[in-house]
Design a protein around this ligand. Structure first.
Ligand SMILES: NC(=O)c1ccc[n+]([C@@H]2O[C@H](COP(=O)([O-])OP(=O)(O)OC[C@H]3O[C@@H](n4cnc5c(N)ncnc54)[C@H](OP(=O)(O)O)[C@@H]3O)[C@@H](O)[C@H]2O)c1
Length: 267
């Protein structure tokens, strides 16, 4: 497993972590990920998986980087503080490594939300502050509202099939010490499920490169994501063998030609 710095914090995160939205796998796949070095686990108050994450991490807290999120309907100051307490309780932990604002809520002043996030860091309940699903305008406003801490990450949808962040967000994050946490990096499984995938020609390129590299299509799709500077990916799987497969998406690189061929095929 290769690692990348979280923002400019000095903390190293694995290029591949595990997401837990719609996760039904129990503790074993999460423990396998931790064992293999994919020790970033992403959850959210909305997912209903904070308890299983807590269970999986029990006895290994110092080895795991736990990311969770406050929901968009809890962004008033007191609501953020309350949501964090509830997440800590469900996780069975006394601190959260990365606390993320799940979606912006334009009805709540961003300074109010970020003030509460900073208070949580000052209280030792949160190590780092992140956001999720923020457009560039939202991100810059949130950054401007920070008084003493920094926003270290933006968790956004990014995969071969979903390239919206390449317009401006990706380069902004790369230039400003913000990690992009790519969610749905397999396009919710559609990139690798033959029955679901419609772009035949693009799929053929993915499969050709899988053969060339001796990797699976999922590993090629994940490697394409993490080959971009400042990007790490958090696929979700309920299956131990797919955790192993996802972990082996790191530790090697597509050639420049292969990455460019994928860029073109899925444009
Ligand atoms: N911040 C946000 O708003 C937001 C939104 C969406 C997601 N997320 C985060 O990102 C994580 C991942 O995104 P996602 O769950 O939407 O999609 P994803 O990781 O792109 O795809 C997950 C799907 O792909 C399947 N899969 C996983 N590995 C596979 C493999 N090697 N071969 C074939 N199929 C495979 C999984 O099935 P099995 O489980 O059966 O393996 C599951 O159905 C979430 O769990 C969550 O933590 C965040």
């Amino acid at each position: 497993m290769d690692f990348k710095e979280l923002g400019s914090t000095g903390v190293k995160l694995p290029e591949i972590g595990l997401g837990t939205w719609n996760y039904r796998g129990g503790v074993e796949p999460l423990r396998k990920a931790i064992e293999l070095g994919a020790n970033l686990i992403d959850t959210a108050e909305l997912y209903g998986t904070e308890d299983v994450v807590g269970e999986a991490v029990k006895g290994r807290r110092d080895k795991v980087f736990v990311a969770t999120k406050v929901s968009a309907n809890h962004l008033r100051h007191a609501e953020v503080l309350r949501a964090a307490e509830q997440s800590l309780k469900k996780l069975g932990m006394d601190y959260i490594d990365l606390y993320q604002v799940h979606w912006p809520d334009l009805a709540v002043p961003i300074a109010e939300t970020m003030g509460a996030m900073e208070q949580l860091v000052d209280a030792g309940k949160v190590r780092f502050i992140g956001v999720s699903n923020f457009y560039l305008k939202n991100l810059r406003e949130a950054e401007a509202a920070m008084k003493k801490h920094r926003i270290v990450s933006n968790q956004v949808k990014y995969s071969l099939a979903c390239r919206g962040i390449e317009e401006d967000m990706l380069s902004y994050c790369q230039s400003n010490g913000i990690t992009v946490i790519a969610y749905s990096p397999l396009d919710k499984g559609a990139l690798v499920a033959k029955s679901l995938f419609k772009q035949r020609a693009a799929r053929a390129v993915l499969e050709r490169i899988a053969v060339e590299t001796g990797k699976t299509a999922a590993q090629v799709a994940l490697n394409w994501c993490i080959s971009k500077p400042s990007v790490i990916a958090i696929p979700k799987t309920d299956k131990v063998e797919r955790v192993v497969e996802a972990c082996q998406a790191s530790g090697w690189r597509l050639s420049r030609e292969q990455a460019a061929a994928l860029d073109r095929a899925f444009q």
